[in-house]
Structures are given as structure tokens and as C-alpha cells.
Design a binder for this molecule. Structure first.
Ligand code: ATP
Ligand code: MG
Length: 158
């Protein structure tokens, strides 16, 4: 379906902002305008839910989570960045593998199966997008994904 990604993303962020029980601040850097993309809403919701859940899980008390959408030439780039413990360099690619979790100790405490990002990768790829992580240990993690976007189509909507 065609959806306005700006509105769609705001709704998801709102849902987490209302229900979160941690002291974490949400910072939104979203475009002021509509951006229409053709997506499977349920699947993209599932992806974003997992990325935000991870960000909350690993955020320190009083930390910030930054939500950003950038419009590039033929795609939009979505990112969710936290100020958590980060992911060691050797693992930033592996977190997209099934059942991969960075270390047992932190995983046991924080729960989860290690499937969230693997599923996200499958679904983003099915949408012809890309997904990756940028992380610095002790500073935080940003998960990026792209979705195809047609700026010409955009003109027809306005
Ligand atoms: P599930 O999502 O299936 O409940 P999970 O959250 O452990 O389990 P993924 O979402 O696939 O699984 O994440 C894989 C691993 O990547 C996590 O176990 C964690 O070690 C690491 N990870 C993911 N996101 C972050 C983050 N924002 N900060 C630090 N580590 C992260
Ligand atoms: Mg997860």
C-alpha cells in the first residue's frame, strides 16, 4: 500500500513514547512534509518495533534515542540511534544473522531470541532496501535502513 512514511513513523514513535517506562528521551528529526512510499505496513511496523525495542533495551538511564528520516535521490534513509553500550566492531554485521546475540551475559539479562534483526533484514531486502548498523562501543548504536522512493511520483501527489 501507499503510505505517508512521515505520518506512519510518527505513529509508531508515539506508541513507544506513550508506553515506555524508562527515563529515555525521544528526539525526532523527521521531514515536515509527506513522503509517500509503497510498503507492507505490517512488516515495516514489525521491523521498526524491533529496532526501537532494542534501542530502549540498551539505552542508559536518561539517554536519548534519535529518530531520523532523510530523503535521498531514489530512496529514503531511516535511522534510529541510541546512546547505549554499543556493539563491538566485529559483530556489527553478525547481528543481522539468525539467533546471533552479542554476548550471553547481556542477553540472558535482557531477554530475546536474536531473530529481530535477521527478520528485519529479510523484510527490508524484500522491499528492495538495505539495512546496516553503525556502532561505537560505549557510545551507542544506530540502525539504518533504506526504502525505495520515487521523487517523480511525489510530484503527482502534490
Ligand atoms: P529478539 O529481537 O528476537 O527479541 P534480540 O533483540 O536479542 O532478540 P536482535 O534484535 O536480532 O535480537 O538483535 C541481535 C543482537 O544484537 C542483540 O541480542 C544485541 O546483542 C545486539 N543489539 C541489537 N540492537 C542493539 C542496540 N541498539 N545496542 C546494542 N546491541 C544491540
Ligand atoms: Mg530485538
Amino acid at each position: 500500500d501507499w503510505v505517508d512514511f512521515t505520518e506512519f513513523f510518527h505513529h509508531i514513535i508515539d506508541r513507544f513514547e506513550m508506553s515506555k517506562d524508562q527515563n529515555v528521551f525521544f528526539v525526532r528529526e523527521l521531514p515536515k512534509k509527506s513522503i509517500f512510499v509503497e510498503i507492507d505496513e505490517d512488516k515495516i511496523t514489525q521491523i521498526i518495533d524491533n529496532i526501537i525495542s532494542n534501542a530502549l533495551k540498551y539505552s542508559p538511564e536518561g539517554g536519548k534515542i534519535r529518530f531520523r528520516v532523510r530523503e535521498l535521490d531514489n530512496e529514503i534513509e531511516v535511522s534510529i540511534k541510541d546512546q547505549g553500550m554499543g556493539i563491538p566492531k566485529d559483530n556489527v554485521v553478525k547481528v543481522f544473522e539468525r539467533f546471533y546475540r552479542v554476548d550471553r551475559a547481556r542477553s540472558r539479562k535482557l531477554g530475546g531470541t536474536g531473530l529481530g534483526l535477521a527478520i528485519a533484514k529479510e523484510m527490508v531486502t524484500a522491499h528492495n532496501g538495505r539495512i546496516w548498523a553503525e556502532s561505537e562501543e560505549g557510545k551507542g548504536t544506530a540502525i539504518f535502513f533504506t526504502l525505495p522512493f520515487d521523487p517523480e511520483q511525489e510530484d503527482e501527489w502534490s
